[in-house]
Design a protein around this ligand. Structure first.
Ligand code: FES
Ligand code: FE
Length: 417
């Protein structure tokens, strides 16, 4: 396909052209070169625990069915009827062995095969070949996280995740069973802003002290000090567009378990007991001090310690964030608390997400003013260094993650097909 834009002229190491956020032609090109090509997070196997369970998901704007078929295998089918293109399944989830299109009632098995036409007598002598549901060409699962790629060939999921895989492991270590159970349901926030503002903001440690300052004040949790100039937290660029806001150095300084969940062993005695039993006291204590990661897996999976956000761009100026609470499989007394905290911070009246959403919409409006045309991403450029694994790190307020995102974006947008 023809390249509509010279991306090298729009992206510099520490400067980004505003056009990248609002041009519909660029959005179309992103669908082709990012969303319908690289590995995209779709859903979690715990959402479809039983044979014949399904959930409706998406890869960018495209609707997808995540199904566990009658053999127990997880499949990703395109949620589009091959007859006249109707969206096949309209429900969010369920359990069924077949799907019937609401328009003319063609029926498909949950492996995607066309089982039969309604009123079959007009189709005598015609072949059903080519009339099955489309499939997401590649599917790969890492510890329950299901990813799909619309490109038949490309790097493996493991290679794509790279160092960010360790962040998923860090999250799962907080579960006494090592497993998640993402069954709390999803909140959906529809925002009139380009998806890349969210991608950049998720690991931005520069804004929280300002944008969320009032929240830190009213909750008097002391959490605000994590985001200032004194913070020992780090930003990290894992490569491949994956980024992190790493609070571990900050938590270790205080050396108190359960920092992250805002809890104490007195409040969550059963959880602490189950962690000690699973990992041994010493390791359990380490895990609980380090807490859960704050990592953005390019392009759409954001682990925000105790919430999971899935970004879904639907238009150049519209993005849906699907948010659910992290739930640990088999964990006794912590899951209820995690759900409550999720509602309090990112629910409909949540304190944190509302602040960020306002910024995204203001970002989007501002980007359309082309004076100045270039936006600045230079913070901390001079103090970037490499960590022991060779990943770029800098101070928690530095724009190392954002520069990493754009470096990867430029690679994808200029890659020869
Ligand atoms: Fe699905 Fe006609 S569009 S049966
Ligand atoms: Fe924020």
């Amino acid at each position: 396909a023809a390249q509509a834009h010279d991306y090298r002229a729009l992206i510099e190491p520490a400067r980004i052209n505003s056009r990248l956020y609002y041009d519909p032609a660029i959005f179309q090109e992103e669908l082709e070169k990012i969303w319908y090509k690289t590995w995209v997070y779709v859903g979690h196997t715990s959402e479809i625990p039983n044979k014949n369970d399904y959930v409706t998901k998406s890869i960018g704007p495209m609707p997808v069915l995540m199904v566990r078929d009658r053999e127990g295998e997880v499949r990703l089918l395109l949620n589009k009827c091959p007859h006249r293109g109707n969206q096949l399944c309209a429900y969010q989830k369920g359990n069924r062995t077949s799907f019937t299109c609401p328009y003319h009632s063609w029926t498909f098995s949950n492996t995607g095969d066309l089982m039969g036409y309604a009123l079959p007598e007009g189709y005598e002598g015609q072949s059903k070949a080519g009339l099955n549901l489309g499939k997401v060409p590649r599917i790969a699962i890492y510890r329950g996280f299901v990813f799909g790629s619309m490109a038949a060939e490309g790097i493996s999921l493991e290679e794509h995740l790279g160092g960010a895989k360790a962040a998923l492991d860090q999250l799962l270590d907080n579960s006494p069973t090592g497993e998640l159970e993402l069954t709390a349901g999803f909140l959906q926030h529809r925002t009139k802003a380009n998806w890349k503002f969210m991608l950049e903001n998720e690991t931005d440690g520069y804004h929280p002290g300002f944008v969320h300052g009032s929240v830190f004040q009213v909750t008097s949790s002391g959490i605000g000090s994590l985001y200032g100039a004194e913070s020992t937290a780090l930003t990290r660029d894992y490569g491949n567009g994956h980024t992190e806001f790493d609070l571990r150095p900050e938590w270790r300084k205080h050396d108190k378990p359960l920092q992250w969940f805002g809890t104490t062993p007195e409040r969550l005695p059963e959880y602490v007991k189950s962690m000690n039993a699973a990992y041994g006291e010493e390791r359990a204590r380490e895990i609980m001090i380090d807490g859960s990661p704050h990592v953005m897996i390019f392009p759409n999976l954001f682990i925000a310690e105790i919430q999971i956000f899935v970004l879904q761009p639907v238009a150049v100026d519209e993005t849906i964030q699907h948010v659910t609470a992290v739930q640990f499989k088999g964990a006794p007394d912590i899951n209820r608390r995690l759900r409550q905290q999720t509602m309090g911070s990112v629910g409909p009246a949540g304190l944190l997400l509302a602040d960020d959403t306002e910024m995204y919409e203001r970002n989007h409006r501002g980007a359309q003013i082309l004076d100045p045309e270039w936006l600045v991403l230079s913070r901390g450029l001079h103090r970037e260094r490499l960590d022991e694994n060779g990943y770029r790190i800098a101070h928690s307020t530095d724009e190392t993650p954002q520069r990493g995102i754009w470096r990867h974006y430029l690679n994808l947008m200029t890659e020869a097909r």
